[in-house]
Design a protein around this ligand. Structure first.
Ligand code: HEM
Length: 289
């Protein structure tokens, strides 16, 4: 029988206790995914000209693993390298990896259009560290503490995945003095940490100063957990951080964002599994070289 109730974890220390220690909440609830309705055309295309000694991407590498494990099916009843799982994993990577990053960038552009003085400071840093004649690279990030702080603050206040993904207890566990029985769905509430007034000086205000010390150097904050924490922490965190830095700096290197005349920026989010901005119109003005 499936879980009969759901628990919501609130607060920084509870989430750390629940997600970071041990593997007692590392499973995902088994929601059915019908692989027969998912497109596997791309996988079939890959199969046609697949060369195991020259893998082009994730699908090619997975096909190699399927082949390696093919003859061992009887010895490895739990092996997960098969066509169905390849479809699910590819689906997961697109689902988890595209909307999250693009929503964060949409929040970023909106915050820059609203807080023009912050946008100007980012552009000043871009001009002095990167200039206009080359593209941003990841080597620039350590030299751009203000921009780094702004991107972190966009992620904090944007709170794109507010309820994390569901976890499920795989044995009875004690958290914060409560016993959660095996098989219960647990929703770790990231909002309670990203807006915790004990952790952030101005939790409800856009303030890149949350990530800067008095000397203007970037400081990492333990309560910054938009990617969650623990064993099931976002698999794409590093990729997402790279994408956010390169795209955000490239946008502001080339454009200045502003609201169209007479239009106010709206920060009330659209609520689904993600929190995204309402569709908006924006003016992107090309910066002079
Ligand atoms: C701003 C961008 C992103 C945010 C805020 C974000 C956030 C998250 C969060 C909160 C989780 C749930 C972690 C947990 O269950 O404790 C998660 C899981 C996951 N993310 Fe991301 N993510 C982002 C980008 C990406 C990208 C770019 C990829 C891959 C290309 C990705 C792939 C995944 C996968 C596969 C999981 C499931 C991991 C597992 O179950 O073990 N994410 N992400």
């Amino acid at each position: 029988m499936g879980p009969v109730w759901t628990v919501v974890l609130n607060g920084f220390s509870t989430l750390q206790e629940g997600l970071s220690k041990g593997d007692h909440m590392s499973d995902r609830p088994a929601f059915p995914i019908h692989t027969d309705v998912l497109p596997d055309l791309e996988i079939n295309k890959h199969r046609e000209d697949w060369n195991p000694s020259d893998p082009r991407d994730f699908i090619d590498c997975f096909l190699t693993e399927i082949q390696k494990h093919q003859d061992k099916r009887d010895d490895e009843p739990d092996a997960c390298f098969d066509g169905g799982n390849l479809v699910k994993c590819s689906f997961d990577l697109f689902g988890a990896g595209t909307e999250t990053t693009s929503i964060t960038l949409r929040w970023g552009v909106l915050y820059m259009a609203k807080y023009t003085e912050i946008q100007e400071k980012v552009q000043k840093e871009i001009d002095s560290v990167i200039g206009q004649s080359r593209e941003p690279s990841m080597e620039d990030r350590p030299n751009m503490p203000y921009t780094d702080a702004v991107i972190h603050e966009i992620q904090r206040i944007g709170n794109v995945v507010p309820h994390n993904l569901p976890h499920v207890t795989n044995r009875d566990v004690q958290i914060g003095g409560y016993t959660i029985p095996k098989g219960v769905i647990v929703m770790p509430n990231l909002t309670s940490v990203l807006f915790d007034k004990n952790e952030w000086e101005t939790p409800n205000t856009f303030n890149p100063g949350h990530f800067l010390n008095k000397e203007g150097k970037f400081v990492q904050r333990a309560a910054f957990i938009p990617f969650s924490v623990g064993k099931r922490v976002c698999l794409g965190e590093n990729l997402a951080r790279i994408e956010l830095f390169l795209l955000f700096t490239s946008f502001l290197q080339r454009f200045t964002f502003s609201m169209p005349p007479g239009v106010e920026a709206v920060f009330k989010p659209r609520v689904s599994i993600f929190l995204s901005p309402q569709p908006y119109q924006i003016c992107a003005t090309l910066r002079e070289e």
